[in-house]
Write a protein that binds this ligand. Structure first.
Ligand code: ZN
Length: 275
């Protein structure tokens, strides 16, 4: 029986170079009856081949399956600490690890991930994740076992990178980021990767006002843009009750400030009119 070996398969867009076997329909004695069982056989064959063979001139490569573990929570909940602990532990066990953070976050250091309590780890500060392989070097990237991503909410290409790195390249990803912004709206693409994840951990902080468990981040200033990078001077972790009270207080303060500024503007206009 003839077979046609195709070097591409649209069913597996991540693995364009993996060979898939299709049976030539005209070569089958009874296509109407056999096509289903034959196509199931070829589908299983292609699955088996796709999972174990790489169309590389150097021969078959057995690539382990990747994983995605997501750590979310409000600010000051220990996300970066948990991420660093995992990455350091794997690195100490002899696995090849790398850490990436957003180049937008320069609060503590440009080339290190630093926790609020001062622990640090060297990292790549990038504006997008898909540039990582090229910047890190393709050969070095291929040897990586695990990649940590901190402040993941700042990466627009988070979903695409996670698919590529875990599904196609066999990397284990530990992704830490804010699930919600200061208004408790979904922040960046962090929630988009939940369907891709092997595990999700939601950490909590301590409410700065009552010491109960804190699930939310309250912004203490009247700045309203979503991405405002800051520490304890701008944000505080709060429980639900203090989030609701705090938001109400902030909105009341904002209304007072706005009306105050309107009065000042009106008074300036009146002065201009008088002059
Ligand atoms: Zn509280």
């Amino acid at each position: 029986m003839k077979t046609i070996i195709s070097t591409s398969c649209s069913r597996f867009p991540c693995q364009p170079s993996k060979p898939s076997i299709f049976f030539k329909p005209s070569s089958l004695p009874n296509p109407g009856f056999l096509s289903l069982s034959r196509s199931m056989t070829s589908f299983k064959s292609s699955l088996s081949l796709a999972s174990s063979v790489d169309n590389d001139q150097t021969g078959p490569i057995h690539r382990p399956s990747g994983e995605i573990h997501v750590i979310v929570g409000p600010m000051f909940s220990g996300k970066t600490t948990a991420l660093l602990r995992r990455i350091k532990s794997e690195g100490n066990s002899g696995r090849n690890v790398a850490m990436i953070k957003s180049s937008k976050d320069t609060r503590y250091a440009i080339d290190s991930v630093v926790t609020h309590d001062g622990a640090k780890f060297p990292c790549w500060a990038l504006s997008n994740l898909l540039s990582f392989k090229q910047k890190f070097g393709a050969e070095a990237y291929d040897k990586l076992d695990m990649i940590g991503i901190d402040e993941a909410q700042f990466f627009d290409d988070l979903y695409d990178f996670c698919c590529k790195a875990a599904d196609c390249d066999g990397k284990t990803l530990i992704v830490a980021g804010l699930d919600g912004d200061y208004l408790r709206r979904s922040f960046g693409s962090v929630l988009d990767i939940i369907p891709l994840a092997d595990s999700i951990t939601k950490l909590t902080a301590r409410c700065e006002l009552c010491s109960k468990r804190a699930f939310f981040t309250l912004r203490k200033t009247d700045e309203t843009k979503t991405e405002l990078i800051g520490g304890a001077d701008v944000y505080m972790p709060v429980c639900r009750q203090h989030y609701v009270n705090g938001q109400a207080a902030m909105e009341a303060a904002r209304t007072v400030l706005e009306s105050h500024s309107k009065v000042q503007t009106d008074s300036c206009l009146e002065e201009v009119a008088v002059v």
